[in-house]
Design a protein around this ligand. Sequence first.
Ligand code: CAO
Length: 243
Amino acid sequence: IPGVKLPDFSQFGEVEREGMSRMMAATAVNMQRSWLNVPHVTQFDEADITEMESFRKAQKAAGEKKGVKMTPLPFLLKACAAALAELPQFNVSLDMERKEVVHKKYIHIGIAVDTPHGLMVPVLRDVDQKGLWELAAESAELAQKARDKQLKPQEMQGACFTITSLGGIGGTAFTPIVNTPEVAILGVSKAAMKPIWDGEDFQPRLMLPLSLSYDHRAVNGADAARFTNLLTQLLGDIRTLLL
Ligand code: CAO
């Protein structure tokens, strides 16, 4: 690709140069690799999490006893694990050299963690086999290790899918970059109370914006709509996660 020729910025005003950290340089290469290799499409949807949130808030005392904070993230992990099991075309990698699709029989999910030294993506293993408390404790521990630069290389490997949640910060939607060789990533924005028509009236419902970016070589648009549909069903009635 044509390079970007930099002008001498000092002709426009004062500037200062600073070396990139190793992590910033590595992230830049990975992002560009994904951006250039993967034909990206992003599917948007909204999940009604009114009941999920009242259940989550009701766990506050139990969480204090256990020393674990229940955020929306464990519910998202569980719902994504169920969707990956139900729609296994999302749990693959493409081997373009051998013209093969690699189907994975395990469900490991990466979580994007914002740290002072850059973006890190620790991986929770066998998410389908774990409960919400276990996922809450493990994701908090991995996020803390990421912030403390204590993650081991194997704790950042093997993800089938990634969740990137900006819900604690804000925004209504975004278009995440697929963490190739995974074929999809779920972006989560900030839940907001909205008037939703129930057929007779508008009801105040807490709506969670979802942005699913996917590799269009591996997944087609109809499947992406099925995936976000399924996520909205699972998050809309978390009892279905038990089925
Ligand atoms: N909508 C509204 N509120 C949300 C929310 C959402 N979608 N998701 C989380 N929140 C709330 C939490 O409930 C919590 O509020 P309370 O203290 O009142 O319960 C608050 O926001 C903070 O949550 P958190 O961010 O500490 O916890 P989390 O489990 O939601 O997220 C983690 C953990 C590691 C994903 C997060 O800390 C983080 O690093 N996010 C940024 C990821 C990122 O940078 N992505 C971009 C990658 S591409 O450049």
